[in-house]
Design a protein around this ligand. Structure first.
Ligand code: ME8
Length: 532
């Protein structure tokens, strides 16, 4: 994705419709949103996809636990995700649900295509199955007491007829692809992990579940007694939403031969490290089997933990993004998650860190905006002076280039840090220039004009740089600077800072005495997830 990329198709995982959105889901979605907004600002044609994963045993079991039909549970939970993403200004273009008819048809066309190409066969399967992870594990992979190695839940011994995808046939092609495209999986640590995994012979992939055991899925087109394995169903969502496949069309015209008129291939799949194998091994081999192009890039980010403990409903330490939003506003939550986690690494939620990051917003950015706008109001009747406003141009240049490099390298946290550094520098500039002293001295009026113009210009640049992370507050900042909206980076560079009619307002990031308590209370206690 170059700065002037013509188009960018970005995806998040589709989240299980069996649980509430928490800060882990929010993080991936915020990251995708920030990148989508960055690329739109740079003039790219963007398609940003998110959604919910609605089939499989996990959903069926959660529905029966809540005494709901699976569809009713999914309707409810898809609504919860949509509501959350609305509250957080997520600019997705498409919210996919795997129970949509369109998706079901694409899944059936896709597996039929694999079958027609000779990559699917029937066989007996016996193995250790984890309901929680919805997959089989090998004896060697199992944890202590025969538990699944991911969630530590019990596994069951199961023997049944299954349909298999000849994944093993694509192992060499996949290895070659990863070797030839060293940036395909980011960060490198995750690429190495996949390469390590591929050193062992790949087993074929069971792609079906007997309907007698699992009703809630998409029936295979060539065997209605089996439903599609939920991971195969789920991965295909990226293709459905790309509008590449036309299931109703005659064979040969269903879009498998040429995807160029569609959004496929995706430019970037954003995922957590928990679902790396499914995205970097299952998905590409399935695509190779169908003869379709591979996604251009996969970003596998790290894990949010709480303190030093894994977040889990049963431990009762899940962090609720909505509770944080209610107290601090959506942008403060976006800022915290995006700024705190170095892309690819793990990070820990603590109320103290949350507050420190909020203070950064209030004291550095909020303070800069408030003092600059107040002084323009007080000394120049609310209109920014015309004239030279280049006091920080060298810093702006350096920031822009660091910011763009970081964004292109998917290091959103570093891009944001560079922008915040510019705000810090601008606060230093205020101290150095002492506009209040300039104001008192008739000889220094043009100096004061330059100070105020420079600050206005810097704030315009900051609104553009920080828009991808904080769309709400930056839109408000732009409004206070007398702009019709947040400019693109290119536009911002061309805005001199003079002649803007500013509007003083309440602090962009207000503070109150309840903040510490609110940051702690967002860590939910144990209990049913639907109560918040
Ligand atoms: O795996 N830290 O859905 P899911 C960081 N339906 N990110 C986290 C996180 C944490 N503690 N917890 C969750 C599924 N995530 C499948 C995906 S895609 C075709 C199917 C984020 O609801 C992270 O992006 O369990 C992770 O990969 C995803 O949520 C898993 O969401």
């Amino acid at each position: 994705m170059s700065p002037r990329a013509h188009r960018a198709y970005l995806t998040t995982p589709i989240y299980y419709a069996s649980g509430e959105p928490h800060i882990g889901h929010a993080y991936t979605t915020f990251l995708a949103d920030a990148l989508a907004r960055y690329h739109r600002q740079a003039g790219a044609d963007v398609r940003f996809l998110t959604g919910t994963d609605e089939h499989g045993q996990k959903i069926q079991e959660e529905a029966s636990r809540r005494q709901l039909s699976p569809q009713a549970l999914c309707d409810q939970m898809a609504g919860r995700f949509q509501e959350a993403w609305k509250e957080f200004d997520i600019s997705y273009d498409r919210f996919i649900r795997t129970t949509e008819e369109e998706h079901k048809a694409v899944v059936r066309a896709f597996v039929q295509r694999l079958k027609d190409r000779g990559h699917i066969y029937a066989s007996e399967y016996e193995g250790w199955y984890s309901v929680h992870e919805e997959r089989f594990f090998t004896e060697k992979e199992l944890g202590p007491d025969r538990t699944d190695p991911v969630a530590g839940r019990p596994v069951e011994r199961i023997r049944e007829k299954n349909w298999f995808f000849r994944m093993s046939a694509f192992q060499e092609d996949l290895i070659r692809h990863i070797r030839e495209n060293p940036d395909w999986i980011y960060p490198e640590m995750r690429r190495n992990e996949v390469m390590g995994f591929l050193q062992k012979p790949l087993e074929d992939l069971s792609i079906s579940r007997p309907r007698s055991r699992l009703e809630w899925g998409i029936p295979l087109p060539f065997d209605e007694d089996h439903v599609t394995y939920v991971w195969v169903d789920a991965l295909i969502n990226y293709l459905t939403a790309s509008q590449a496949i036309r299931p109703g069309a005659p064979a040969g015209e269903q879009g498998f031969e040429d995807t160029s008129a569609s959004w496929w291939p995706a430019d970037l799949h954003l995922i957590g490290k928990d679902i790396l194998t499914t995205h970097a091994v299952y998905w590409p081999t399935l695509l190779l089997g169908a003869g379709l192009p591979l996604p251009k890039r996969i970003l596998s980010h790290g894990w949010w933990v709480v303190g030093d403990t894994k977040m889990s409903k049963s431990l009762g330490n899940v962090v609720d993004p909505m509770a944080l939003r209610d107290e601090f506003g959506s942008d403060a939550v976006r800022w915290y998650l995006l700024r705190e986690m170095p892309t690819g690494q793990d990070a820990s939620y603590t109320p103290e860190r949350f507050l420190t990051r909020y203070e950064e917003l209030a004291n550095v950015l909020g303070n800069l905006a408030s003092r600059a706008i107040s002084m323009i109001d007080k000394y120049r009747d609310g209109i920014t002076p015309e004239g030279p406003a280049s006091g920080l141009d060298a810093d702006i240049e350096t920031t822009l280039s660091a910011y763009q490099d970081a964004m292109e390298g998917l290091k959103v946290n570093e891009a944001l840090s560079a922008a915040m550094e510019l705000a810090r520098t601008a606060n230093g500039y205020v101290e150095e220039r002492e506009p209040w002293a300039q104001a008192r001295d008739p000889e220094r009026q043009s100096g004061l004009d330059e100070t105020l113009g420079t600050l206005a210009r810097t704030l315009v640049i900051l609104s553009a740089l920080l828009l991808p992370a904080m769309p709400d507050r930056m839109t408000e900042l732009a409004r206070r600077l007398g702009l019709p909206g947040v400019p693109t980076l290119e536009e911002a560079k061309g805005i001199s800072g003079g002649g803007l009619s500013v509007d003083k307002g309440a602090p962009l990031f207000p503070r109150n005495d309840n903040m510490g308590e609110a940051a702690s209370a967002a860590v939910l206690g144990p209990g049913p997830a639907e109560v918040r």
